[in-house]
Design a protein around this ligand. Sequence first.
Ligand code: ZN
Ligand code: ZN
Length: 172
Amino acid sequence: MNVTFRCPHCDQIGRVEFDAQTVELACPQCQSKWPVPGGAVTAEKLTQCLVCPSTELYIRKDFSQQLGVAIVVVGFAISSVFWFYRMPIWTYAVLFATALIDVVLYLVVGNVLHCYRCQAQYRGVPGLEDHAAFNLETHEKHRQQRIRLEQAAQTKSQAVGEAAPDRQPGRV
Ligand SMILES: [Zn+2]
Ligand SMILES: [Zn+2]
């Protein structure tokens, strides 16, 4: 199984493999390491995000929305050509085929587990189906929390900036 995440230290996107025996994760970009919460990964389930470490996770189809839209747009463009040449059967055939490709793709792709809080994505994890689907309320809760944290960090850095001149010498 693997996790794709935004590193909390260097802000880069990385992907690392892990298993139930993994005790720490390391960022492939900046090499910073952090411990994996105990019991987060079992043979049956991933109970906790290994990056942030929130316990609120949701599953969704590992299907890019852009790809789905792109297929529809291409199908629509091709069908317009047939429509232009007054070939209605081909027009509808292309539209139908486009929709079918989208449906088939959607059905064959696997699930991916997402962390609400840090947006980490887990693939190949056991027990994926035990997790709940996306919940807007939970998502909103984490979004608000993120905004508050960012604001707090901003106020803090401003405060530090103002307090900087009379900082105690020797302190870093
Ligand atoms: Zn990093
Ligand atoms: Zn997370």
